[in-house]
Ligand binder design. Sequence first.
Ligand code: ZN
Length: 239
Amino acid sequence: MYETIALHLKSSANVTVLTGAGVSTASGIPDFRSSEGIWSEDETREYYMSADYFFHDPEDFWKKYKAIFRMKLLDGYKPNRVHDFIYNLEAPDRKVNVITQNVDGLHSKAGNRNVIEYHGSLRGATCPNCGETYRSEYVMAVETPSCAECNTYLKPNVLLFGDLITAHDLAERAIDKSDVLLVMGTSLLVTPFNMLPHYATDHTKVLINNEPTGSDHLFDYVIHEDLSQAVKEIQKYFI
Ligand SMILES: [Zn+2]
């Protein structure tokens, strides 16, 4: 099956890759949203990490946000073999779109050019008033970052509970234009991200995850395997 998947990828002009936490676990990043992720440690976190709470008490919000995500550590994470594999799918005659649930920024760090961060990014923040964007260094320099232009408290670039998902239409359009859909490292449990494979109608659909998912039946090829191991197998046929 690995050889067949490699052939489909090699002959594709436009691949869309959907990724989830499983892609980043080999980089040592905890799975933020799963049942074993940080939300289950303390159920009040979902309340504190909401858009409502941010606008209610931005100072306390930022204190908790920085504590929960240990943002200072984020730059220490590096792309792993799976990110590199996805980056290496890019070729002069093959466009690769990555639509990720991960908020760690590692697909861009690996070099991918077309990355849709479906749940936003832990990197940086944006002024909710004037739209000015700021890098992580600026955000980390003070306890509660505010906009240098208009003095409004900045809002992190990660999607908070209660925020609208603005990337869904963009993601749907990317899938429309591609011919292969490759889903990696997600059990497709989070709505509406798990709707995306349904938009792939005439596509060759491949799912690689370390365990069975409730959406396995939607795919032409399904591999249950450790992701690092699976990409190693596919790469053998990629020369
Ligand atoms: Zn501003």
